[in-house]
Design a protein around this ligand. Structure first.
Ligand code: ZN
Length: 355
């Protein structure tokens, strides 16, 4: 037949015999596999699917086993692949191959997915924690100054609040900072910065070194209610105190920047993080971080002898005045859900009742 392929030369060893004889292996178009000797005598015969072909490993001789009859061995690896290829690619052969490799493939895919999930679940948070722990204050300052400078260039205008209003808010802010648990020597260098928020409207946020930014729009929204504004500032001080801002920045920075930073390549690590810094505004903290900051505000305001539920009142005000229009403002990163407001009010009552 024209489709018949050239046989492959090798040695035939009958089952149970040590002696090998010169032989040739051929596979017919229908898959019939036969071994013949030099004289054309058939030594073994059977369907290809009934034979076992050893895997190709370098130039190690290949074995085609006829179960019960014997083994054909050849060093003509290419010849075997050529012969076997036609039959292994048929539907039966393909499924045969798939079944042979599927357990390994599934295990491999599973291991890859699990490893990826583990890296995301454990390694990234771990890298973030290590980076937070090794970040010298000077680097926090560098990153925060860089971030504020790029925000000033891109979106902010100088504040139009009166110097008197700025002074009274700054005094309240300093009073809250002085009541945080960290001793003054270890405390971040907190500073309150007033800006006209433009596109980010009524807003407040904190940078890792303690730089807190408050927009004119938020002050205007709260009107004469200074406690409400201080409640928001207490919340932001909480984010700094718990190192939420640094963690947030590092999560956004990505693994490469973190490794550079931890590895001591502070220059380029910091640069990468500063590029991300402006995106900080659009990122939300985790719900746990928000709850921590809300509670921090309640505690701090209570210690200062001010309304501990002020932050909850502010969230209510935001809901009433802005509704669902949360584009870019404080609401977009601080969802003022009824549960959040109720929980903060409950905690404020609890802390007031306790002493
Ligand atoms: Zn927050």
């Amino acid at each position: 037949m024209a489709s018949e392929q050239a046989p492959v030369a090798g040695l035939w060893r009958k089952a149970g015999e040590a002696r090998a004889v010169d032989a040739r292996l051929a596979i017919a178009a229908d898959g019939t596999t036969s071994v013949t000797d030099g004289a054309g005598t058939v030594l073994a015969w059977g369907a290809f699917q009934g034979t076992k072909v050893s895997d190709r490993v370098g130039s190690i001789p290949r074995k085609i086993t006829f179960p019960g009859s014997g083994v054909f061995e050849t060093s003509d690896n290419d010849g075997i692949d050529r012969l076997v290829g036609r039959h292994a690619k048929g539907p039966v052969g393909f499924i045969h191959q798939l079944e042979r490799f599927r357990p390994r493939l599934i295990a491999f895919v599973l291991a890859t997915v699990l490893l990826g999930a583990a890296v995301y679940r454990y390694a990234v948070p771990l890298l973030v924690e290590v980076a937070v722990a090794v970040t010298p204050p000077a680097v926090s300052t560098l990153m925060s100054k860089g971030t504020l400078a790029s925000l000033d260039q891109a979106i902010f205008e100088p504040s139009k609040l009166s110097p008197e209003r700025q002074k009274s808010l700054s005094d309240g802010f300093a009073e809250l900072v002085a009541l945080t648990d960290e001793p003054a020597s270890k405390r971040p260098a907190y500073s309150l910065n007033f800006r006209a928020g433009g596109p980010i409207g009524p807003n407040a946020f904190a940078l890792p070194d303690g730089t807190v930014v408050l927009t004119d729009e938020l002050v205007e929204l709260a009107g004469a209610d200074n406690d409400m504004i201080l409640g928001v500032l207490g919340h932001e001080i909480g984010h700094v105190d718990h190192r939420h801002s640094l963690r947030q920045l590092y999560r956004a920075a990505g693994v490469t920047a973190l490794i550079m930073l931890i590895g001591g390549d502070i220059g380029s690590g910091t640069e990468d993080i500063m590029v991300q810094g402006a995106a900080l505004l659009s990122l939300s903290y985790s719900r746990d971080a928000e709850t921590d900051a809300d509670r921090f505000s309640v505690e701090l305001m209570h210690k200062a002898g001010k309304d501990p539920a002020a932050i909850a009142r502010f969230f209510e005000l935001l809901r009433n005045k802005l509704g669902d229009h949360a584009e870019g403002n404080f609401l977009s990163t601080h969802p003022a859900t009824p549960e959040r407001i109720a929980e903060t009010q409950r905690y404020a009552r609890e802390i007031t009742a306790s002493n």
